[in-house]
Design a protein around this ligand. Structure first.
Ligand code: ATP
Length: 334
C-alpha cells in the first residue's frame, strides 16, 4: 500500500455535452432558431473524478497545489487526439487538480459527445450520445498498482471494467463501482467487491427485484442481501431526496438490518450530477480511511455516507453538472 498520500484512480468516460435550448422540438426537415447553445464537460467517469479532486482539495484557488491536496486523483480513459474537444477537456480537468496523464488521446478517434436538445417550455430533453473514444479504451490492465481506490462505472466497455476490477482486487486496491447505466452483471463481479453504489432503478435491475419494491419506505435489507451473499462487503442504495440505505456484510452476518440515512433538507434547483458527487465523495472517504485501516481502525461507513450526502446536497442546489460539484471548503462550511 502507498504510505504517503492516498491515490484514487477513476476509470471511466469523458464526454462533451453540446446543449441547445429550443422553443420547441423542430420537425423533420425544419430549421429552427434556437434560444441558446452551451458546451460542458461530462461523462460519469469525468464527473466522479472531478468530485474526487474537488472534495479532497480546499478550494479552486489551491486546486493545483499538491501540498494542499489530501488525495492524489488520477483519471483513466480515452478522448480524441485531433478533435477540437480533447485539449480543452484535459485542461479543465487539470485545473481541478486531476492527474490526466493516463487519459489516452487516440489517433483517428473523436472525443465522446452528448448532443442534447432541451425544449425550453417543458424542460424535456432529447439526447444523442456518441461514445467515440470511450469505446476504444484499451482492453488491457490500466492501473499502475500503487492505487488505494479504483472507481468504476459502466460507460466504458464492460471488458475493460471487468479486467481492471479483477486486477485491482488482486492488488488489494479497494474497488468502488457505480454500475450505471445498469446492465445485468455476472456473479463474479460481486465476489470480493468492496463497495457497490446503486440508485433505485439500478438496484432493481441488478437484483432482479421489482422496481416498486425499491423505495425509501420498503425494507431494503433483502435487496442488499442479494449482493452481499454474492460477495459484496458494503452495499449503498441512493434514494434521491430520501437519502441512502446501506448494509454491510458484517452486519448482515450478525442478522442486523441495514440503515436508512436521510438526505439533507435543501432547496433543489437541479439534481444533475448528484449521484456522481455522492460516488466521488464516498470514494474520497474510503481513500482517506485506508491508512488508519492499515493500523486496525475499521472503515466508518456512516461518516463516509454523511460526507457524501452533504456534498451531494450542495450539488442539487446548483444548476449544471460539473459546475455544481462543490469543493471541500463548501462541504465544511455547509
Ligand atoms: P443523478 O443521476 O441525478 O445524478 P442518481 O439517480 O444516481 O442521481 P440519487 O439517488 O438521485 O442518485 O441521488 C444521489 C444522492 O444525492 C442522494 O443519495 C442524496 O445524497 C443526494 N440527493 C439527491 N437528491 C436530493 C435532494 N432532493 N435533496 C438532498 N439530497 C439529494
Amino acid at each position: 500500500m502507498n504510505t504517503s498520500k492516498p491515490i484514487i484512480a477513476i476509470l471511466g468516460s469523458l464526454n462533451v455535452d453540446l446543449v441547445t435550448r429550443t422553443p420547441r422540438i423542430p420537425a423533420a426537415g425544419e430549421t429552427l432558431e434556437a434560444l441558446s447553445f452551451n458546451t460542458g464537460h461530462g461523462g460519469k467517469g469525468a464527473n466522479q473524478a472531478v468530485a474526487c479532486a474537488r472534495l479532497s482539495r480546499p478550494s479552486k484557488s489551491s486546486a493545483t497545489s499538491s501540498s494542499s491536496a489530501q488525495v492524489d486523483v488520477r483519471m483513466i480513459g480515452a478522448i480524441g487526439k485531433d478533435d477540437a474537444f480533447g485539449g480543452p477537456f484535459l485542461a479543465a480537468l487539470e485545473a481541478d487538480g486531476l492527474d490526466v496523464t493516463r487519459v489516452r488521446r487516440l489517433e483517428g478517434q473523436k472525443t465522446g459527445v452528448a448532443v442534447i436538445t432541451v425544449e425550453e417550455r417543458t424542460g424535456e430533453n432529447r439526447i444523442m450520445f456518441v461514445p467515440g473514444a470511450n469505446h476504444s479504451v484499451p482492453r488491457e490492465p490500466l492501473l499502475d498498482g500503487d492505487e488505494d481506490v479504483l472507481v468504476l462505472q459502466l460507460e466504458t466497455p464492460l471488458e475493460v471494467v471487468f479486467l481492471n476490477m479483477q486486477h485491482a482486487k488482486e492488488k488489494g486496491v479497494d474497488v468502488v463501482i457505480n454500475p450505471a447505466p445498469a446492465v445485468p452483471l455476472p456473479d463474479d463481479v460481486y465476489a470480493g467487491l468492496d463497495h457497490l453504489i446503486v440508485n433505485e432503478s439500478e438496484a432493481a435491475l441488478l437484483s432482479g427485484k421489482p422496481a416498486e419494491e425499491i423505495t425509501p419506505e420498503s425494507d431494503l435489507s433483502p435487496v442488499a442481501a442479494e449482493f452481499i451473499e454474492k460477495g459484496v462487503k458494503n452495499v449503498i442504495i441512493t434514494l434521491g431526496g430520501a437519502g441512502v440505505f446501506y448494509q454491510t456484510a458484517a452486519r448482515h452476518e450478525q442478522s442486523q438490518s441495514g440503515s436508512l440515512i436521510p438526505a439533507k433538507k435543501v432547496k433543489v434547483v437541479d439534481t444533475t450530477a448528484a449521484g456522481d458527487t455522492f460516488v466521488g465523495a464516498y470514494a474520497v472517504a474510503v481513500a482517506k480511511s485506508k491508512a488508519s485501516r492499515a493500523t486496525g481502525t475499521p472503515f466508518d461507513i456512516d461518516s463516509a455516507i454523511a460526507f457524501a450526502n452533504k456534498a451531494a446536497a450542495l450539488t442539487v442546489q446548483k444548476n449544471g453538472a460539473q459546475d455544481a460539484i462543490p469543493w471541500l471548503h463548501e462541504v465544511d462550511d455547509a
